[in-house]
Design a protein around this ligand. Structure first.
Ligand SMILES: Cc1cc2nc3c(=O)[nH]c(=O)nc-3n(C[C@H](O)[C@H](O)[C@H](O)COP(=O)(O)OP(=O)(O)OC[C@H]3O[C@@H](n4cnc5c(N)ncnc54)[C@H](O)[C@@H]3O)c2cc1C
Length: 551
């Protein structure tokens, strides 16, 4: 944490030197003494300090300066650092100006020049003011600060990305916090372009893409090698389990992740049915453990890198990334999981990230403290999200199309016991209303066809799951819904799939292309559970090992 600043401002170099000497002698150990000789330069410097999140404890300012008087300077400086103490250095003739500024700019003290000896005429006054400042100051947050609005999709994506990487940040809502708004206006020519991210080194990023952000926060986005024994696409439980085993057995293994490690499981507030965790484990905790385990075994994990396409050239499986990079391997695991269906109804697209969130209860819940929010979906993920939201929201209404939730019994019981939660059964969402953010939702009772409109500040969507298999769209055999067929699903009348080139039949988790495997939620016939995905990831590795041995 940098030392708080005592800024002294005087256009007369000899006075400025003498103030600096006295301040440094007494306060130099605990404060940074900053002498400046011109008001405008000092204001520009203060704005830069604010971006770096430095703090000012006290201004000691001469009243008589040619370009800008001391009181004019303090009037501007207090807009940037309202908590700093303000002391004016005056000559006898300026006493009246000093007295009137006590009210106008909340002056804390005016000191008559000369102030010697400082032990009697300077330090006791400043000591008192600095003690008072220390008691009341709210010291600035030292880490990353994100300034944006709740209604900006990219602000939500940036928060979600950092949350999922477990990188702490402070959220500054520029609609509620005028200081945050002026911070944004100071660095951005287009203050509507949000979020603006302030880093402790004083640098800023304005509405960055995730790769730019990942690079800035020091995440790995580039592979160290052009070739790996094993490449895994997707870092949910399936991908990470495979990577842990591959790394532990000495294989060169790379994991490519479009967003942040953890996959769907990473967004779960509490996984209660995963073996070995009787009181549950949060998705981010499980992810953190798995990621450090994989890295410990030498696995590389790329973040914010999307695998766009896969090609086969002889014994090489080549993965093309969205940024044009090509990486090759001998064995490839597709562990890209599934994502929620997006809503198809009026208002859905323009309000996404502005009150409508897919899955992201974990990231956004705190922003809806004491509000009424809605959840759509009746399965486990919706139930977990809804229960988590009750910790913050005043009321959580869960819209379920069927006549009962499909979640596991322990979750249904927990929802029924929770007084803040209401299950709205036989209820279909039909419309979303709001100009810049979600304001109302319209629902229909599927029994009676009666429609009702509710005020809603947020809607969290947990419906359906869509396999993420487009990267192998034209390469491997998939079901009509896009799930990847593996093993026995490919074998018809004991015959391998068309185009199969090997003497043996496909292994259990091998796709219709030898050496390309699939595991977890993207695979046809899986059961959409953390343990199943992790188990399949582990089995996939064992089969890849067999495949590699035969090359
Ligand atoms: C909120 C929630 C709560 C849940 N709670 C439970 C629970 O309590 N118990 C339980 O057993 N199950 C639970 N589940 C289900 C469980 O999380 C999933 O079954 C499991 O995560 C599937 O793992 P996976 O590795 O197959 O895929 P995913 O977890 O979906 O991970 C796939 C990863 O691949 C990445 N990816 C996709 N496409 C690409 C690409 N082209 N390039 C690079 N990366 C890509 C994605 O970003 C993602 O990180 C929950 C799911 C959700 C959403």
């Amino acid at each position: 944490m940098p030392k708080p600043v005592i800024l002294s401002l005087d256009d007369d170099p000899s006075v400025l030197n003498s103030v600096e000497r006295d301040l440094r002698a007494r306060y130099g150990q605990d404060y940074r003494i900053l002498p400046i000789n011109e008001g405008q330069i000092a204001l520009e410097y203060l704005n830069k300090m604010k971006q770096r999140n430095e703090t000012v404890a006290l201004f000691l300012v001469d009243q008589r300066m040619p370009e800008m008087s001391g009181t004019e300077f303090l009037a501007e400086a207090m807009k940037i650092y309202p908590q700093a103490k303000r002391v004016l250095l005056t000559a006898y003739a300026d006493t009246q100006a000093a007295i009137s500024s006590i009210n106008n700019i909340g002056l804390d003290y005016y000191l008559m020049k000369p102030w010697h000896p400082p032990e009697e005429r300077l330090y006791p006054i400043l000591n008192e003011l600095l003690d008072d400042w220390k008691v009341h100051v709210r010291l600035p947050y030292e880490g990353i600060r994100i300034a944006g609005t709740l209604w900006s999709l990219s602000s939500h994506q940036v928060k979600d990305f950092l949350t999922r990487h477990q990188i702490p940040y402070q959220w500054l809502d520029i609609e509620k916090d005028s200081e945050a708004r002026s911070l944004v206006e100071n660095v951005s020519a287009e203050p509507t372009k949000l979020p603006v991210i302030f880093f402790p080194d004083g640098k800023t990023l304005i509405q960055p893409d995730l790769k730019e952000l990942a690079d800035k926060v020091g995440l790995q986005t580039k592979a160290e090698l052009p070739f790996y024994d094993i490449i895994v696409v997707g870092s949910g439980p399936a991908g990470l389990a495979c990577a842990v085993y591959a790394g532990s057995e000495g294989y060169k293994c790379l994991v490519i992740e479009r967003a942040a490690p953890g996959g769907q499981a990473g967004s779960s507030p509490k996984i209660e049915n995963y073996l070995g965790f009787p009181s549950g484990i949060s998705g981010d905790d499980l992810t953190r453990r798995a990621v450090s385990q994989a890295k410990r075994f030498g696995v590389e994990i790329l973040s914010a890198q999307e695998a766009k396409q896969v090609e086969v050239k002889d014994a090489y499986r080549i993965v093309k990334l969205a940024d044009g990079t090509e990486l090759s391997c001998h064995a490839l695991l597709i562990a890209t999981g599934a994502s929620f269906h997006t809503l198809k109804m009026p208002g859905a697209d323009q309000l996404t990230g502005a009150g409508i969130y897919y899955g992201a209860a974990y990231t956004e819940a705190m922003n809806y403290k004491d509000n009424d929010v809605f959840v759509v979906g009746g399965a486990n993920s919706a139930a977990q999200g809804a229960l988590y939201l009750t910790r913050f929201a005043r009321k959580v209404n869960v819209l379920i199309r069927g006549h009962e939730p499909t979640a596991s019994k322990y979750l249904i019981d927990a929802m029924q016991e929770n007084e803040k939660l209401e299950l709205m059964l036989n209820t279909d969402l039909v419309e979303l209303k709001g100009d810049t953010s979600l304001e109302q939702i319209v629902v229909k009772n599927t029994d009676t066809n009666e429609t009702k409109t509710f005020d809603a500040s947020a809607l969290f969507v947990f419906i359906g799951v869509r396999p993420q298999s487009d990267l192998v769209l034209d390469l491997v055999m998939r079901s009509g819904k896009g799930y990847i067929y593996t093993g026995t699903d490919l074998i018809v009348d004991k015959n391998p799939p068309q185009g199969w080139t090997l003497d043996r039949l496909p292994f259990l988790l091998e796709t219709s292309v030898p050496g390309i495997f699939a595991a977890g939620d993207v695979r046809y016939g899986t059961n959409h559970r953390v343990a199943s995905a992790a188990g399949e990831g582990a089995i996939a590795f064992a089969l890849m090992k067999e495949y590699l041995k035969a090359l």
